[in-house]
Write a protein that binds this ligand. Structure first.
Ligand code: NAD
Length: 476
């Protein structure tokens, strides 16, 4: 069985202790992953610290050009990377383009694009104030060493979101992938680190305790975390000890509100992918669908038709549209929440019974006859289930959307854009999409409100988030 390696200072690093990475579609062990020791974590941070001044001192154009080389390396290895994503995370290979299934090839392509865009952005000096007595300029400086902690749902893409803006701005990075999906990320870093100076991009691997070691290291200058709120709270507590700044991209429980003028047929496909992209294992998937009484049956019928038509299976096989749930913990959580809804009298319109076999296959599930307060509605189930909740009055739907303590994304569906905008502005979420859901873009800032976190990624604002302002104030 092959043991995959971390990259530290441009070299492969293994550990005496390892753990298995498994294919969620088959149960097959894909390889062994090093469980980084505390000394190895400290060494990775020391390496990043030592490499940072020279990296930051390079002309901006050089870092830009190197990031473009990173994008080329991703493109050249896209099929290998996509295959790792499918085998380790589970999403089908799929393709790239509007008529293709958004799966692992889409994730690999996204890595290329989310590298090119920050590489092409600039942070020019801002003139904050000038008169005959003084001139005040705002320059952007890198933090230093960024510690990045990634989840398992989009293991390559989220790592790229953390790595690329950080490097582009002159920081060096130590990243820890999720213990469920480490190999793909370690392999991607190995490939892209080949075009970078040694030490600027490093990895450690292992479970939460390895992440905890990394974020508590006082030489870390900023933490970028994407994962659950519960882990975010632990990391925020660790960060408080050293006053380390953080960006927190945490869980959500996105509401989608269909307005009474919407056309169920026209919105069905957008709603479907908004809820079931990556088997619902996406932070900004629609997780609660609010539908007016007048449209309830038509919307449910459209979604049921789509859900039942999507082939589910091993993502390496042609024609697969839906893969497995990535891990057993998540699978059990989804099963528990659906069983509880059933026991409480909800209607399971389709799905709702896990498949037998070694893979973590759970059918796409639509639940009606359920209300706010039910665990399936109130908890982030992070799986292929959509509860549909009736409403009578739009103000009431908005109040229901806002009643939870998370606010990552949300959406409003309507043919009346003016009305949709007005409703959108009253929803407490980092992004409210109109007639689409979860449609992130590398130029558009993305982040949560309330318990979904703080700080943003993407675009110029995302680049600013990995830098700190320095004012140069000149007396005239
Ligand atoms: P998780 O919080 O269980 O784990 C995330 C990462 O944190 C893993 O690498 C894990 O090893 C590490 N970790 C665990 N304990 C730690 C500790 N004490 N210190 C440091 N690191 C530690 O989350 P998950 O199950 O991997 O991911 C799913 C969650 O991520 C969902 O809640 C989802 O909504 C959220 N998410 C949010 C976004 C966003 O942009 N807001 C994007 C994707 C996923």
């Amino acid at each position: 069985m092959k043991t995959y390696a971390n990259t530290v200072d441009g070299r492969a690093v293994v550990s005496d202790r390892t753990f298995e990475s498994r294919n969620p579609a088959t149960g097959e062990v894909l390889g062994l992953v090093p469980h980084s020791t505390p000394e190895q974590v400290a060494q990775a941070v020391a390496t990043a610290k030592a490499a940072q001044p020279a990296w930051a001192a390079r002309p901006d154009a050089e870092r830009k050009a190197l990031m473009m080389k990173v994008a080329e390396a991703i493109k050249a290895n896209a099929e290998t990377l996509a295959t790792w994503v499918t085998r380790e995370q589970g999403k089908p290979l799929g393709g790239v383009g509007p008529d293709q299934v958004p799966g692992a090839r889409f994730e690999a392509w996204g890595c290329e694009v989310w590298t090119q865009v920050p590489a092409s952005l600039d942070l020019p000096v801002d003139l904050a104030f000038e008169d005959e007595t003084r001139r005040d300029e705002v320059h952007r400086k890198p933090y230093g060493v960024i510690a990045a902690i990634a989840p398992w749902n989009w293991p390559l893409l989220i790592a790229i979101w953390q790595i690329v803006p950080s490097l582009r701005a002159g920081n060096t990075v130590v990243i820890k992938p999720s213990e469920y999906t480490s190999i793909g990320t370690l392999e991607m870093v190995r490939l892209i680190a080949e075009v970078l100076p040694p030490g600027v991009l490093n990895t450690v691997s292992g479970p939460g305790e390895v992440g905890a070691r990394l974020v508590e290291d006082p030489r870390v200058d900023k933490i970028m975390f994407t994962g659950s709120g519960a882990t975010g709270a632990k990391i925020a507590a660790a960060a408080a000890k050293n006053l380390t700044p953080t960006t927190m991209e945490l869980g959500g429980n996105d509401a989608a509100i269909v307005l009474p003028d919407a056309d169920p047929k026209a919105i069905a496909m957008g709603l479907f992918w908004g809820a079931f992209l990556n088997m619902g294992q996406t932070c900004a998937c629609a997780k609660r669908l609010y539908v007016p009484d007048s449209l309830h049956d038509a919307v449910v019928a459209e979604l049921k038709g789509l859900a039942e038509a999507m082939p589910m299976g091993d993502g390496m096989q042609d024609g697969t549209v839906m893969g497995p749930i990535q891990n057993r913990m998540q699978f059990d959580k989804v099963s528990r929440l659906v069983e509880r809804a059933r026991a409480d009298g909800a209607t399971i319109v389709c799905g709702g019974r896990p498949a037998d076999g070694p893979g973590n296959f759970y059918p796409l599930t639509i639940v009606t006859g359920i209300d706010d307060g039910a665990p399936l509605v109130d908890e982030e189930q992070f799986g292929p289930v959509l509860p549909v909740i009736r409403y009578r009055d739009v103000d009431d739907a908005v109040a229901r959307a806002n009643r939870l303590d998370v606010g990552l994304g949300a959406s409003v569906w309507s043919t009346d854009l003016q009305r949709a905008r007005e409703v959108a502005s009253r929803i407490q979420a980092g992004t409210v999409w109109i007639n689409q859901h979860g449609m992130i873009h590398p130029m558009v800032p993305f982040g949560g409100t309330k318990g979904s976190g703080w700080g943003v990624e993407f675009g110029v604002d995302g680049l600013k988030a990995v830098t700190q302002p320095q004012v140069i104030s000149i007396k005239k």
